[in-house]
Design a protein around this ligand. Sequence first.
Ligand SMILES: [Zn+2]
Length: 283
Amino acid sequence: MLGLKIDVDTYWGMKNGVPCLLQTLKEFNLKGTFFLSIGPDNSGRAALQIIKNPLFLRKMMRTKAAALYGWKTALYGTLLPAPMIALSFPEIVKEIIAAGHEVQFHAWDHRRWQDELANKSESWIRQWFAKGIAGFEKLTGNKPTAFGAPSWLIDDRVMAIIKEYKFEYLSCTRAKTLFIHEIANVLEIPSDLPCFEEIDAQKSVSIISELIKYGETHVLPVHAEVEGGIFNEKFKQLLKSALDMGSSIVPLREFKSKLTLQYIPARKYKMELLPGRHSACAV
Ligand SMILES: [Zn+2]
C-alpha cells in the first residue's frame, strides 16, 4: 500500500501544480490526500535563510528553485505582497474535492512556520492554527481531520495545541514506521520515502521503486510545485512503476482505515537532519 501525501506550499503550486496533478491522477484513476497551505505565500522571505543557513543556498542551487517556482515566487512577502494560497483559489479546492481526493490542513503561513517557529510565542502558534482552520472551513465547509506540519517541523508546544484539535491522524514526520504520538495520543502516518528534491531527480524513479519493491506500507511525499511542475513526467513514471509492482495507491484516510492500530507503538518524535535537507525534520 502506497499513500500519496501531496503538499501545496505556494501560490504557484496551488495555481499551476494542483491542476496538473489533478490531471495526472485522473489519467491513472488514482486518489491522493492534498495538504493545503491556506494563507499568505511569504516564499520570498526564504532569501533571508540564504544568509542564515548555507545548506539552504546549496539546496536552492541543487533543486534549481527558480525553475521550480518562477521568479515571482522568490519575491513574495518581500518586494511583492504575499498572495493568499488556497484562499485565492476556492474553485480549485472544489475541483480537488469533486474529483474524490482527500483535502487536509498543511499551513496558514508555511514559510514563517518553517523559518521562524522556534522563535514564535505559543499565542502565535495558536493564532496560526485558528486562522488556517477557519480558512480551511470557509473553503471546504468542514474542519480538517488531519494535519501535516510544514517542513515536518513540530515542537512540544505544537503537539499540545494539536491535542486540543482532536485530529484523526497526523502526517508530521519523516519516521520510517508508523507510531502514536505520545503527547497528543494520535496516530502518525509518516512520509517514509524521500521526496524528489532530496535525491537525484534523474534517478528518482529507480531509487523510490527500489524502496517500495518489497511491498509493505509506504507514504510518498509529493509537492504540487515539483511533481505538478518540472518533474511531472518523472512522477508519472514513478506511478506507473509502483502500479506495475502491484502497489495499491491510496489517500491517507484510506491508508489509515486499513491499519490495525493496536500493534502500533506509542513514542515521542525526535528531530533529525535527513540527507538532502537543510534543516532538521521530526522523525
Ligand atoms: Zn509543505
